[in-house]
Design a binder for this molecule. Structure first.
Ligand SMILES: [Zn+2]
Length: 334
């Protein structure tokens, strides 16, 4: 399996566009996209112990939550712990891929997992600090009847026509297309210089903004016309919001049900104290909070439950492993 293919799956699991704007150290930190991957190690942090384990177990890729290096490197000092790790990873052909705040925000990511642990239903929770708002376009394409199923297939594969738990959502209307092929054309239907009137279907669907170029390429491969007539309309439909921290009402059987609303924020969630309070939380469960954040919580009357940075994040590691195993049954994921 090429690393590039694994990266595509990781980008579906934790879309990079969900990351915080400051979090630029995500994605491939070390590696060759054409490298062959057989074994993947999933971890929270890339410590020297983990690098040693990866080398011993002949792993080809480490997928971690926290970056190997958080800032651009000015030098690689082979006496420093970081320099030693980088050297060992490269010498052993071990690639490094990071999913950080994009994994915090993703469905089934860190915050969703933490929310479920405390009796919340993440699908219905409000996001405390949005990092990404889904945006949609309406895509309309005019297709001769004989190509409509092929074009429909291309739309579906490219990610068009998804509404909630439904796929393949399109609308087709029949009509007459007109066109006059000019000099230099090689029309699929009609002749140069002559006005053509031909039955066509207007196929319309909805597409998330980040999938538009995939959709256009996929349709181009299946549509028989030399020039494809299509329209893209920006929509005002409000899509899903992704981000850091979740707020909601715990299930009635949860031991936290006595709080009307609770908030969870994986890792360092201290900065979300005010937002959690403003949105009506009576309890914020997080990994760590600084002195002043704790002071603010006490002043507001917001109860803080501090569970440890690692403890609120390592819960996602087995879930990430499961997802990679499901995507790539032929790979070893540990
Ligand atoms: Zn963290």
């Amino acid at each position: 399996m090429k690393l590039q293919t694994v990266i595509q799956a990781l980008n579906r699991i934790a879309p990079p566009q969900y990351a915080c704007a400051w979090d630029t150290q995500i994605g491939l930190q070390i590696g060759d996209k054409n490298a062959e991957i057989k074994k993947i190690l999933v971890a929270l942090d890339i410590t020297s112990a983990l690098v040693a384990l990866a080398a011993k177990q002949r792993a080809d890729l480490i997928v971690a939550h926290h970056a190997l290096f958080f800032r651009p490197l000015e030098s690689i000092d082979l006496h420093s712990p970081l320099g030693k790790n980088i050297a060992k990873l490269i010498k052993n052909d071990i690639a490094v891929f990071i999913a950080h705040t994009n994994l915090d925000a993703a469905p089934d990511g860190v915050n969703w997992t933490l929310a479920r642990q405390y009796g919340l239903t993440p699908e219905t929770c409000e996001v405390l600090e949005p990092t990404y708002r889904e945006q949609f376009y309406k895509y309309v394409v005019f297709v001769p009847a004989e190509a409509v199923e092929a074009v429909h297939g291309a739309i579906a594969v490219a990610g068009g026509g998804h509404i909630g738990k439904y796929s393949d959502c399109t609308f087709r209307g029949a009509g007459t297309g007109t066109f006059r092929p000019l000099a230099g054309t090689r029309p699929h239907i009609g002749r140069q210089g002559r006005l053509e009137k031909t039955p066509e279907l207007r196929v319309e669907t909805i597409i998330p903004v980040e999938k538009i170029s995939d959709l256009l390429n996929a349709v181009r491969a299946k549509h028989p016309y030399e020039e494809i007539a299509y329209d893209l309309y920006p929509l005002k439909n409000s899509g899903r919001v992704y981000g850091l921290g979740l707020l909601g009402q715990p299930a009635p059987n949860s031991k936290y049900a006595r709080y009307k609303k609770i908030a969870v924020a994986s890792g360092s969630g201290g900065s979300l104290v005010q937002r959690a309070w403003d949105k009506g939380a009576k309890l914020l469960i997080t990994g760590e909070a600084g002195y002043h954040d704790q002071l603010l919580a006490a002043e507001l009357g917001l109860e803080l439950k501090i569970c440890g940075h690692r403890e609120t994040e390592e819960i996602v590691v087995p879930i990430l492993r499961q997802k990679l195993r499901a995507e790539f049954p032929a790979l070893t994921v540990v």
